[in-house]
Each structure stands twice: as structure tokens, then as C-alpha cells.
Design a binder for this molecule. Sequence first.
Ligand code: M7G
Length: 335
Amino acid sequence: MCDENTSVAKPAGEIVSVNSYLKDFSGFENTRILSENTQAKTINLLGNFQGKSGQAIVLLQKSCFIHDHLPNLLTGKTILNKQFDNDIYGTYDCQPPPELNGITATIIHPATEKHIAKYEAKPHHVIEETPALYQSVTLPHLKAEQFNLQWVYNIIEGTAEQDRVVYASPSSEEKTGFILVPDLKWDGKNLENLHLIAIPYSKGILSLRDLTSDHLPLLLNIDTQGKKAIEEKFGLPASQLRIFFHYQPSFYHLHIHFTSLRHEAFGIHAGKAHLLTSVINNLELLSTYYQKATLPFFLKESDNLFSKFEEHGIVRKFELNPTKVESGDGKGNGE
Ligand code: M7G
């Protein structure tokens, strides 16, 4: 789950975020690597800025290749240091000019324990959430403890990210209107990993679970206008888009992800992603589908919601014990 101060896990005191003035990483002390993905070329670090209160999470992602930059990349300004050559094969350390060698950095400061849990590598479990479990476990947990939605309200109320807005419905469309902005994780340039989020103006729709056929005009509007705006602005046709909800999401103000089909974004798989088209279709077939369905999702052990399901005896922590698996004691999972 993602970002921001929570009603419970709120950062202590009135710490000013370094994001209001940060220009470089001087004074950053890395205390822990939270997680790493060598394929996505990301690393998530925990640390602090010398002399500043509060912990900081730094998410680093090596940028994809931008096709327009390729002619500038392969010039005399890019230095090649040979690692080895053999016959017709050669491998080099390649050092392009800094402006062509970017890293996208996302900094969360002050970070709460909930943020740390979100970015920390821990085993996942599948939870089969029945409507009854939603009411008795998930919903009370969300009410007590969820990420603050201030950044969302800043976007829909027009006080943040307004220069990044790709589409905004007229404000008169209170029930069906929405705003489309680049996701925090997207640099806004490279179509390969295009990622935008559509945020409805309407407050109080927590997630997929709350949707009924009453929300169809909103969802159809997001589907139609979102695709149109992306095609007009980025030239990417609807057939190149993956449009989906997360369940569970990190932020409980309904929002919809629009990503490039070519982008193997986090959270596009079964167990997390629900395609908008399928959601619309399910609601057309049965208005209360999402109040009646069992919704499976993956949950990290470090998530506090996991502890709640654990307390209810729905799931328990799992440790693979290779010795026992190999010894063939019949239990197979190291119990
Ligand atoms: P989600 O489905 O609630 O959860 O998505 P996930 O984080 O597990 O995917 C929320 C999305 O909002 C994520 O893709 C975040 O990268 C994005 N996001 C989070 N914040 C704090 C911001 C923000 O301040 N601005 C924008 N534009 N996107 C954000």
C-alpha cells in the first residue's frame, strides 16, 4: 500500500517535509535497504537527513530509454570503458552524459511506520475477503488506520499538481466528474511506462467494494474521457492502455490507474488489479456485485491489516523451512 500521513500513523509533531526545499541528497544517511527489484531497476531506501527530524524513504528508479534521446546517447560524449572483449564480442562500462542517465527519485518525508511497511520486502499472502470479512475486519481497520488523503484533495480542489493535469471535468459534474493526472511514479515523458490516475471529484467512495450501478455514469465517463484525453495528449490509443483499479488500494478515495500496456507496472497482476471494463460489466449485470462478491487480494505480512486477519484466524505467517521440505517429513511446508 502507498503514501501519506494517516489518522493513526501520523508523523510526530509539525515536521516540515524536506520536499518543500530539497535540492540534492547532501546530509542523507541511508539506514536500511527496504526492498529492491533488479528487473524493474528500483531500490527503496530508508534513512534520514542529517539535522532533520523524521525518517525519509527514498524510492529510486533508473529511467527507461527515451527514443528521442537515442541519437544524443550514441555520440562521442558517451564514454566506453572496456570490461573485456573476446573475438567479435565486447562489453563496456558505458557512461553517457548525466542528463541522459537519469534516475527518478520519489522522497517521502516524514515517513510513517505504515509507509515503511508498504515499501519493505515481506512475504505476501492471499486473502479471500468475503463481504462479511470486509465488514468485520477490513472496514473497521480502514476507518481506524489509513493513509491521509490530503494529496488527493489537493489535486481535486486545485491546490496541487495543476500544471500536470491532463484532463479535468467541469466542476459542475460533481457526481460524474474526475481529474486525470500523471501518477507520482511516472516521469510524464516516456510513453513506455505511461501511468496516470483518474480521481473522481466525489468524496466517500472508498474503493471497488463501494461501487454499485449508481456509479456507472461516473465509471463510463472516466473510461470515455480518460481514453480520449490520453490519445489526444500522448497519441496512445485505447487499445494500448491497461485501465484498472487496485484492490486493496493504498488510498481509500476511489481512483483508477491508466498505464501503457507495455509497462509492467507494479500491481497489474491478478490479486491486485481489476480491469475497469470488467468492473463496469459486472455492475451492469448486478448492481450489488461488489457488495456480494468474495474479493481475493494479496497482502503483505508487514501490513497492519494482515495482523487483523491473523487475529481473526484467517491467515498466519509462513516461513519456508527448506530443511524440513528436504527431509520429506510429509508436511511439505516446513510446519
Ligand atoms: P493505489 O492503487 O491506492 O495503491 O494507488 P498503490 O500505491 O499500492 O498502487 C495510488 C497511486 O497514487 C499510486 O500509483 C501512487 O504512485 C500515486 N500517488 C501517490 N501519491 C502520494 C501521489 C501524489 O501526491 N500525486 C500523484 N499524482 N500520484 C500519487
